[in-house]
Design a protein around this ligand. Structure first.
Ligand SMILES: [Zn+2]
Length: 87
């Protein structure tokens, strides 16, 4: 259902989030309680919302990650629902 997230940027973002959060949890586990670092701030945005914001910032037609067709920023957000990759 998240075919639109197959784009490099979204994938990199998700990977970065997973890795960075995993690392900080592991480090915290090894530290004594009194020297525990503050929990890393988790961005309030989801990868999808982050991409939407990035697209809006570009303010230009953006190619769909799946089918390659270009859409205006507002349309690309809802496009994945009707996106069909040609066989
Ligand atoms: Zn598409």
């Amino acid at each position: 259902m998240f075919a639109d997230m197959s784009g490099k940027m979204a994938t990199n973002f998700v990977t970065y989030m997973a890795v960075s959060m995993e690392e900080s949890y592991q480090e915290n586990d090894m530290l004594p309680k009194h020297s525990k670092r503050p929990e890393p701030k988790k961005p309030e945005i989801s990868p999808m919302q982050g991409k939407a914001a990035w697209i809006r910032a570009q303010n230009q037609p953006v190619p769909c990650d799946v089918c390659g067709r270009t859409f205006l920023p507002g349309r690309l957000i809802v496009h994945p629902k009707s996106c069909k990759l040609k066989p």
